[in-house]
Write a protein that binds this ligand. Structure first.
Ligand SMILES: [Ca+2]
Ligand SMILES: [Ca+2]
Ligand SMILES: [Ca+2]
Ligand SMILES: [Ca+2]
Length: 336
């Protein structure tokens, strides 16, 4: 049975796409993007567009090294709980690495900032909208996208969306973003700000709510999934049925047949239990002897299933020129 492919194309994804001069939404997603949280951001090691790739042995040895670190009670088995901790840490590391990289790219300047908390202004690195806009939506790219009507529309939507999101991420309303505010701008799905989460829901409605009733019904839901799911992933005759089941049993909490803004927010934001489910899925994927825990051999044998558990530092050695951890390219909402 195939797993539900439940991704929402966030504007940060599209900004990422624009950065890569690609205008076709979904063009950078690969079959298998639904597999886990970060897989879409990691190139497949088998892809031959990369010159130098880690060998299976190198990947296995990295996994074994990390395995010992997370096998906290040293019983030579990894439980779902231990794998969850591993996922939590790797997720933080990926986000931080990505944030640092993006922040540096925009060359923030240091100036005095009045925060909510401090009476006196503090010196902090900040970024202003004009600079962000000019470095993200360059004139060269604008000219290119204005070549056709669709490109022009996408461009304007994205610019508008970025600006609106900028405004909500700017928590102290001084029009510039500190690194913390910038993090909310880039990863609204992980923000603790209600305004940012609210904006994320509005973006979801803009993408999906074609009849404008502020609810996502099944038809709108499926239509959206079709636009973001590669055709190869939809050939399974069960595909539509699986998506419908997921909608009914997991997303539509009050079972009224459509997703209200609250249900949409649940779907679009990172839920704390997601790593639990992902950890359980990872353990099950390679648990040969079905004892609900992973031995070192099971990890080595199933190394293909665990790329998402390997730190960006490892991949960066092999793909130094790739922006492996660009802005959250998709919020993968795989709750199985
Ligand atoms: Ca600010
Ligand atoms: Ca609707
Ligand atoms: Ca509902
Ligand atoms: Ca086992």
């Amino acid at each position: 049975m195939i797993r539900p492919v439940l991704m929402l194309v966030h504007s940060s994804f599209i900004l990422f796409v624009i950065l890569n001069f690609v205008y076709h939404v979904g063009a950078t997603s690969k079959p298998g993007d639904d597999e886990s949280l970060h897989e879409s951001q990691i190139p497949a090691p088998t892809s031959d567009e990369f010159q130098q790739q880690p060998t299976p042995e190198e990947i296995q040895s990295e996994l074994v090294r990390l395995y010992s670190k997370y096998d906290e009670n040293s019983d030579k088995q990894l439980s779902v709980e231990e794998v969850k901790k591993w996922l939590d840490e790797i997720h933080l590391e990926i986000t931080q690495e990505n944030l640092d990289r993006q922040w540096a790219y925009y060359e923030p300047v240091t100036q005095e900032v009045h925060s909510w908390h401090e009476y006196e202004p503090v010196e902090m690195e900040v970024l202003d909208w004009e600079k962000y806009k000019n470095k993200t939506f360059t004139e060269e790219m604008r000219i290119e996208s204005y070549n056709d009507e669709q490109g022009k529309a996408v461009w304007e939507t994205m610019l508008n969306r970025a600006q609106k999101r900028w405004e909500v991420a700017d928590a102290n309303n001084d029009t510039i973003l500190t690194k913390d505010e910038f993090k909310d701008f880039m990863w609204p799905e992980e923000s603790s700000s209600d305004a940012v989460k609210q904006r994320l829901v509005e973006e979801g409605l803009e993408d999906m709510d074609s009849d404008g009733d502020k609810l996502i019904n099944m038809e709108e839901y499926l239509k959206h999934l079709i636009t973001i799911t590669p055709e190869a992933d939809r050939v399974d005759p069960e595909w539509t049925e699986v998506q419908k089941n997921h909608f009914h049993s997991y997303l539509d909490k009050d079972k009224d047949g459509s997703l209200n803004p609250k249900e949409l927010e649940y779907w679009l934001t990172i839920q704390t239990d997601r790593h639990n489910e992902e950890a359980a899925r990872l353990v099950a994927s390679s648990d040969e002897n079905k004892d609900q825990v992973l031995s070192v051999d099971e990890i080595k044998e199933g190394y293909n299933n665990f790329f998402t558990l390997i730190s960006p530092k490892f991949w960066n050695k092999y793909y130094p020129d790739e922006q492996l951890y660009g802005p959250s390219t998709s919020a993968s909402h795989d709750e199985l």
